[in-house]
Design a protein around this ligand. Sequence first.
Ligand SMILES: CC(C)(COP(=O)(O)OP(=O)(O)OC[C@H]1O[C@@H](n2cnc3c(N)ncnc32)[C@H](O)[C@@H]1OP(=O)(O)O)[C@@H](O)C(=O)NCCC(=O)NCCS
Length: 180
Amino acid sequence: MDRQAARQKQRDLRSERLRLRPWTVADAAFHRRLWEERDERVPARRRITADGHPTVAEMQAWLRAYRATPAPGLLVVEQPRTAVPVGYCGLVENSVGHPAEPELAFEFLREYWGQGFATEASQVIVRRAAAIGYDHLASTVREWNTASLNVLDKLGFVPTGERERDPVHGNLLLLRLPLQ
Ligand SMILES: CC(C)(COP(=O)(O)OP(=O)(O)OC[C@H]1O[C@@H](n2cnc3c(N)ncnc32)[C@H](O)[C@@H]1OP(=O)(O)O)[C@@H](O)C(=O)NCCC(=O)NCCS
């Protein structure tokens, strides 16, 4: 990629209030804080264990190994003025058997909830995903997760009617956004 194309790509990953950038190993403590704040209805394998795993060192190892696929992968969201990370947003592999439809994922520190950040960062990702040429994006969300469902609704995602029953953690709903 030439320098002009690289600069254009950086500009594309901004919104009025936010900048999205790749992870660095220095984001490990921030990433762990997101895990610490997770709702207790989130499956245990995705929460910090009683004996403190994943540790910051384990998070660092994860970040070193992280590959941003499907493009643009997951990106750290920060406020340009302070460069303090507030959350992450981006695309992950589809978890429900529609490999051509990457899944939108987002998570923000609780102190930044309710300011429209997830919606604004997701709009940047949706724009990027359309430019890359994906036909659809998917999203899976627990039925109880009203905030996430609100974000997806504002972005134009529609329920597909597909759901995975889970009486322990809450049913998982599949939503989809056409891009082309
Ligand atoms: C979901 C999440 C990313 C939303 O972040 P956010 O920056 O607060 O989202 P936004 O401000 O853009 O929009 C949230 C919307 O839900 C509403 N909302 C927030 N919490 C809510 C709640 N508990 N009940 C009902 N509505 C709620 C907000 O009012 C807002 O809607 P509005 O714009 O119509 O007022 C954030 O709550 C989070 O990080 N949750 C944990 C991780 C997670 O659940 N990720 C998604 C997995 S599918």
